[in-house]
Ligand binder design. Structure first.
Ligand code: NAD
Length: 512
């Protein structure tokens, strides 16, 4: 299908897309939560916001659903996730386009996000037959000791606007096969994609049959306050929250206060090192994609470029030229590489960071607003490169916009210190042809991030690996590898088949 759409008809296009996916158009108007598209900056629907009382009732319904769902065998639970994957395949174009409309991602990235959902569903289906525990050698004669993994309960998922649907699926696909129910609080900036996913999930559930209880997925629409209700509810043993480090600092302690478990996937001030031996053509492409893709609004966006002084002059002018040639525009137009920022706040934050960088001696290339006449209420920007005299000021923070700070280095040790010298360390990479440098970078004395790459940029991730791992949180983990364990609880079971009760020597109980 062609994904080019008429940007003057965004509300109509949105209603059509949503109703094709099973959302009742009556639920898209007269609500108090305005859904906007960053393409035009205008409201495209208004939906019902949930109250604290609604949230409490929905968590109760999810708890009831959990009690039934945990009795369903895990491979059968996997069948529900397989059916969800089928619905996502059937509606990939519609949902991908809706992601572009609501989050401003270019068409290929909107579709790529839905593909990630499909991939994690496939992964989770296999996982539903592999929730293994260990059998452990016991020191007691005539006994067997083993561990069993049980579902944790209701899983609360709080997601960010920039991955409006994939983040949910990284959590929910695992949670469902693990036997949990899910209460999802999407970003208040992306409520419509959540409605679409809820409708697709219901379609899968209807095909699955009655052993999937009605309340298995609850979608809680609203802002931070409603998220706090979820975070504070002791009936929710696991909270997986994806968003800024500011949000994580609020959520983490609140969940810990009630001894809940949190999985925090937070912001990233990600860097790449370009070493003297780097293939500069490869590096240039990798850097441009990682820094400008999704208009700098990825958690793994490349934000700092640590360039060896010997290749600086060969690389940076070419990069500045590449930045100047990139096509900025409506993300659904063919050929667009950089879409809009999410809103005015994001634009203002970007401009503030650029001013601070200038004040700290930075030389700014690009960064200005474009297309303001065509889209007066939306915020499109020329991606910026800032040559900095040192790593200081705004370079130390994640600004969720396309700004790439460039600094020089002279030794690998210095480069790794710079790479590790910021708080929000999520993803990192090195461009080098020197095997020893690559190994050092990925070793214990190298990058301190949850993601460390060689000869590819820091952005993008496959679901097969455990994603994320912002260093301050000790590494939140969603998606692949053994991430599933965070959605379950472990029981160690000892079975005595000896007929005797081995007690410490000399210990006797009179039980007559
Ligand atoms: P945000 O932190 O503003 O909001 C994220 C979500 O948290 C929203 O649903 C919001 O309503 C909710 N929230 C905020 N404060 C809360 C609180 N006190 N209690 C409960 N819920 C609360 O983030 P955003 O602007 O939507 O997204 C961008 C940020 O997310 C960036 O920092 C980006 O790096 C990060 N991110 C990280 C990952 C990852 O996997 N590590 C993925 C995507 C985005």
């Amino acid at each position: 299908m062609s994904t080019a759409i008429d940007t003057k008809r965004l509300p109509e296009e949105t209603v059509e897309l949503l109703s094709r996916m099973g959302v009742d158009p009556a639920n898209l108007s007269d609500g108090t939560l305005a859904a906007k598209s960053p393409i035009s900056g205008k409201t495209i629907a208004s939906i019902k916001e949930h109250s604290a009382d609604d949230a409490t009732a929905m968590i109760g319904a999810a708890q009831d659903a959990f009690k039934a769902w945990r009795r369903v065998p895990a491979p059968r639970r996997g069948e529900l996730v397989r059916l969800l994957g089928e619905e996502l395949r059937a509606h990939k174009d519609d949902l991908g386009l809706l992601v572009s409309i609501e989050a401003g991602k270019i068409t290929s990235e909107g579709l790529g996000e839905v593909q990630e959902m499909i991939d994690i569903c496939d992964f989770a289906v296999g996982l539903s037959r592999q929730l293994y525990g260990l059998t452990i050698a016991t020191e007691r004669p005539g006994h067997r000791m083993m561990e069993t993994w049980h579902p944790a309960g209701v899983v609360g998922v709080i997601s960010a606007f920039n991955f409006p649907v994939a983040v949910w699926s990284w959590n929910a696909a695992l949670a469902f096969v693990c036997g949990d129910s899910v209460v999802w609080k999407p970003s208040e900036k992306s409520p419509l994609t959540a409605m679409a996913v809820e409708a697709l999930f219901k379609k899968a559930q209807a095909k699955f049959g009655e052993d999937a209880p009605a309340g298995l997925l609850q979608v809680l629409q609203g802002g931070r306050e409603i998220g706090e209700v979820l975070v504070d509810d002791p009936r929710v043993p696991v909270i997986s929250a994806t968003g800024s480090t500011r949000m994580g600092r609020q959520v983490g302690p609140r969940v810990a206060q009630r001894f809940g478990r949190s999985i925090l996937e937070l912001g990233g001030n990600n860097a790449a090192i370009v070493a003297p031996s780097a293939d500069l053509d490869l590096a240039l492409r990798g850097i441009a994609f990682a820094a400008m893709g999704t208009a700098g609004q990825r958690c793994t966006t490349l934000r700092r470029l640590i360039t060896h002084e010997s290749v600086y002059d060969a690389l940076i002018p070419r990069l500045i030229k590449a930045y100047g040639s990139v096509k900025i525009g409506a993300p659904t137009d063919a050929g667009t590489l950089v879409g809009p920022l999410i809103d005015k706040d994001a634009y203002d934050t970007m401009q503030r960071a650029l001013e601070e960088a200038k004040a700290a001696g930075g030389i700014v290339h690009g960064g200005e607003r474009v297309l303001a006449e065509e889209f007066p209420d939306a915020y499109y920007v020329q991606p910026a490169i800032v040559e900095m005299p040192k790593q200081a000021g705004p370079v130390l923070e994640e600004t969720f916009a396309p700004i790439l700070y460039v600094v020089r280095y002279s030794s690998l040790e210095e480069a790794i210190d710079l790479q590790n010298g910021v708080a929000a360390g999520l993803s990192s990479s090195i461009f080098t042809s020197d095997l020893s440098e690559a190994e050092i970078f990925t070793s214990a004395v190298g990058s301190d991030c949850g993601i460390a790459n060689v000869n590819i940029g820091p952005s993008g991730a496959e679901i097969g690996g455990a994603f994320g791992g912002e260093k301050e949180t000790g590494g939140g983990r969603e998606a692949g590898s053994d991430a599933w364990k965070a959605y379950m609880r472990r029981a160690t079971n000892t079975i005595n088949y000896s007929g005797a009760l081995p007690l410490a020597q000399g210990v006797k109980f009179d039980v007559e």
